[in-house]
Design a protein around this ligand. Sequence first.
Ligand code: HEC
Ligand code: HEC
Length: 288
Amino acid sequence: MTARTLMLVGFVALALPGVLLIFWARGQSAALLEQPVVIEEHDLAKPEHVSFTRGERLVRHVLDCGGCHGEDLGGLKVSESLLMGGFYAPNLTRGSGGVGGALDVAGWDRAIRHGVDADGRPLLHMPSDRWAVLSDRDLMDVLAYLERVPEVDREMLDSKVGPMYRLLLATGDIQLPARQIDHDAPRREIEPGPTVAYGTYLATISGCLDCHGEDLGGGPSPSGLPASPPIDRRALKDWKSADLGRALREGLRPDGTRLDPYMPWPAYSGMTEEEVQALWMFLWVGGG
Ligand code: HEC
Ligand code: HEC
């Protein structure tokens, strides 16, 4: 064999597993990304009264849609890299480039509580798994606000996955919310109040459990960002409910040190006293 043939053989031997891996990841991820999720349409319980103001507070201070879609909800680049891909939260308003005008109640519902687009294909970066439990009443209030939010003209790119994302999807290290949600699970209306039940609901829909863990035992630090500390009863044993209020509303720990805004306290700063009390009941009595 000539030196050149040897080099070629060596190159193929080295590159082949990589190429096979890429093909395997493509096939596996294509099924997960493309196969539509079938959702039984159900009639939303039409509440007697929908509240724009309550919807605004939920969107801004509990669900924090603006954390990804931008303060003006006119769309924002969430992240972009060659390996993982680009994730662009669309313009939610009725302005030009916005999806607001094209979505009816069922369309909003599909995106928010089921994590799928109009064709039933899984969305990538929408944390719909935390909103699958969102009650019909809360959804209707949220929509009352979203449908009247001031128009913003902004064109956004479509999200697009990269090769590393496909690989992590194929190995199960990334899960698409739409493939995890039980789309037929019945929902319960939980009466707002300073109760463990309402606190559990709030901790789910406002994302506390996503970062701090289902068992409140803490979560890992994503690249360059602080880790989420444990917030169960043991970890907060020296806290009072007013301390939780200060952490959520002002981003301050009891010793006066400031919390990194990656913990979305700037959004939570508009939580009501009742919501803080409910979360406290959950952390202190219910969880951990
Ligand atoms: C963690 C970031 C994040 C948060 C928080 C978030 N979104 Fe999204 N959303 C996205 C991204 C990114 C997309 C684009 C599709 C994709 O990449 O998943 C998207 C897509 C959408 C779509 C378009 C669906 C379609 O049919 O194309 C709607 C509607 C939407 N989001 C509404 C909301 C609402 C309402 C909230 C708050 C309740 C919210 N989003 C919170 C990231 C987010
Ligand atoms: C996006 C991830 C994220 C979400 C969502 C989140 N947190 Fe945090 N939280 C953090 C991080 C990270 C810290 C630590 C910040 C720092 O080190 O400055 C923290 C700190 C805290 C602390 C202070 C703990 C201590 O010992 O200093 C409390 C209390 C807390 N979070 C409660 C909550 C509650 C309640 C919710 C839901 C309403 C919530 N967090 C939602 C990431 C998050």
